[in-house]
Design a protein around this ligand. Structure first.
Ligand SMILES: [Zn+2]
Length: 55
């Protein structure tokens, strides 16, 4: 992680930067996580208001 933007591993995992921290977003998460569900990164925001906005 070097802060240069979005990174992806070979398996196309996604990372998002949120409040200055990087979070790993499993590619399967968006399939399970509704946009109105709590964000899997652990914030108290809804997914659509949080990491989904960065993907
Ligand atoms: Zn989030």
């Amino acid at each position: 992680h070097d802060g240069q933007g979005e990174h992806a591993q070979h398996e196309r995992s996604a990372f998002v930067q949120h409040d200055g921290r990087w979070y790993f977003i499993d590619p399967s998460v968006p399939l399970r996580t509704g946009r109105n569900d709590p964000c899997p990164c652990g914030s108290d925001q809804k997914f659509k208001k949080c990491c989904a906005a960065y993907l």
